[in-house]
Design a binder for this molecule. Structure first.
Ligand code: NAP
Length: 318
């Protein structure tokens, strides 16, 4: 079966599975119950992939099974695991190491609406554990089998926030790590038949912002990328062997600008669009200009907060 996720375009899969669905490609998707992960699951189900879904909420995972089976997935297995914990990562890593998985989508991730000094160590470490450690360890677990079979695809969901500097620094830094890591993995393992991609979405309508406590109210509709279209672009880019996928003309332009413009100019632009500097009185809270900043690294509402309020110190240019 030829699928857009077949890195070699042949549709072949390795042997070793049993049963009537044994020759179907297998995909494991983390954070598969909602948003971008659910869009991947629906797309791959429609292509006849056997699916393994990972998320924390077991009841919600079970609820997705019938939908995905109806869409064409021959088998849907679910694993309830918290990927911000060692135990949760161990469970999924063992599964990846011990079974054939052709496509791994490291999608589960989280943001924080709080500024750095408002966030506790535990909150920041939980973000890094989910956005970075889980991606690292699950990639590490899946790769040996893929390399041995000479076949595989890994999509690591990053963000445009990893491309441009902005608020939500820990989130953006975690996604910059995902991009750098994925590119390096692609370079190292593409010759062995395994393609690795960093997928960099801009705004997507999912539960992400609500979970993070980010107010998206003023964000215009044109700034959103449709989750289903995003997934189609990502899978097409994987087939084409592109290690970085940036769906949507707006975000491709932002990324292209970030590549060619001086970093000092990018920082200065980012500070003019929705940047609310820390105040001498303490860390800033969430405000009306916080829409999505923690996610994309710029407010993107078109409402620039360029004037420092009285008593507010600008961050020194470095
Ligand atoms: N939406 C955007 O605008 C946007 C933009 C750029 C990048 N992204 C990235 O896209 C990815 C997916 O986000 P989304 O927008 O689709 O978010 P979403 O709708 O909130 O979905 C998050 C998924 O991850 C699961 N999840 C959350 N925490 C988990 C944990 N600790 N362990 C295991 N699973 C966990 C959730 O299920 P449970 O709660 O049941 O665990 C859910 O299935 C993230 O990496 C995010 O950083 C999103």
């Amino acid at each position: 079966m030829t699928t857009p996720t077949d890195p070699r375009g042949t549709g072949s899969t390795s042997a070793g599975s049993t049963g009537t669905t044994g020759n179907r490609p297998v995909a494991l998707i983390t954070g598969a119950t909602s948003g971008i992960g659910d869009a991947f699951a629906r797309n791959l189900a429609g292509q006849g992939f056997r699916l393994i879904l990972v998320a924390r909420d077991a009841a919600r995972l079970a609820g997705r099974r019938s939908v995905l089976l109806a869409l064409g997935a021959p088998e849907v297995d679910t694993v309830a695991a918290d990927l911000s914990t060692d135990a949760g990562i161990d469970t999924v890593a063992e599964l990846l190491a011990g079974s054939r998985v052709d496509v791994l989508v490291n999608n589960a991730g989280k943001g924080l609406a709080k500024d750095f000094l408002d966030s506790s160590d535990a909150e920041l470490m939980e973000l890094l554990d989910l956005n970075v450690t889980a991606v690292l360890r699950l990639t590490r677990a899946a790769l040996p089998g893929m390399v041995k079979r000479g076949f595989g695809g890994i999509i690591n969901v990053a963000s445009i926030a990893g491309v441009v500097p902005g608020r939500g620094g820990t989130y953006g830094a975690s996604k910059a790590w995902v991009i750098a890591f994925s590119e390096a993995m692609h370079m190292e393992y593409a010759p062995a038949g395994v393609r690795v991609q960093a997928l960099c979405p801009g705004f997507v309508r999912t539960e992400f912002h609500q979970r993070a406590g980010i107010d998206m109210e003023g964000t215009p509709g044109w700034m959103y990328v449709d989750a289903d279209k995003l997934v189609v672009t990502s899978l097409a880019d994987l087939r084409l062997g592109r290690p970085v996928s940036i769906p949507g003309a707006l975000y491709r332009t932002v990324a292209a600008g970030a590549k060619v413009l001086p970093r000092s100019l990018i920082r200065s632009l980012a500070m003019r669009v929705g940047w609310k500097p820390a105040t001498p009185d303490g860390p800033t809270g969430t405000g009306p200009d916080d829409t999505g900043v923690a996610d994309t690294g710029f407010a993107g509402t078109g409402v620039a907060d360029t004037q420092p309020a009285a008593g507010v110190r600008r961050r020194p240019a470095d």
